[in-house]
Design a protein around this ligand. Structure first.
Ligand code: RB5
Length: 143
């Protein structure tokens, strides 16, 4: 499975550590930046990641910024993206099981790296439940 990942400066440290950790688990990682802790605008990396998920260049995405909100808001402007913010493992499970999030967003300034690993692992290992949740995500239309 191919996973795209991006962060702004606030999420750079966790992104840098998640990439080799996930590669070690057999995932193919595509890094959309940023490349340092120098202040930058999250939208500049969120849009390319969203396009890669929408086009199928990558199967899933992971995005990190300080609060997670800038990334989630930007990613969710894309028609084919369901970006879900998770700050705990149970939310990481539910955002896949119920919302079928194709991009996982985490608030790097508010969770430990260990927790970020646990959220990612849970989200990747969880399957979408479908059924009533499929009907609900179909109603997430753009106006
Ligand atoms: C950067 O200071 C911060 O604004 C950003 O990481 C994120 O929290 C925005 O939503």
């Amino acid at each position: 499975m191919k996973i795209g990942i991006c962060s702004d400066h606030a999420g750079f440290d966790y992104k840098s550590r998640l990439i080799p950790w996930l590669q070690g688990k057999g995932y193919q990682m595509v890094d959309f930046g940023t490349d340092s802790t120098v202040s930058m605008d999250y939208s500049d990396v969120a849009h390319p990641l969203a396009e890669a998920v929408e086009s199928g260049k990558v199967d899933l995405g992971i995005a990190l910024c300080g609060t997670g909100n800038g990334m989630a808001m930007t990613l969710n402007k894309h028609r084919g993206i369901r970006a879900g913010l998770a700050w705990g493992s149970e939310i990481g499970r539910l955002v896949k099981a119920h919302n079928n999030a194709n991009v996982l967003v985490m608030p790097a300034r508010f969770i430990s790296y260990r927790l970020a690993q646990s959220i990612v692992k849970t989200w990747l290992e969880t399957s979408f439940e479908g059924g009533r949740h499929q009907r609900r995500i179909e109603k997430m239309v753009c106006f």
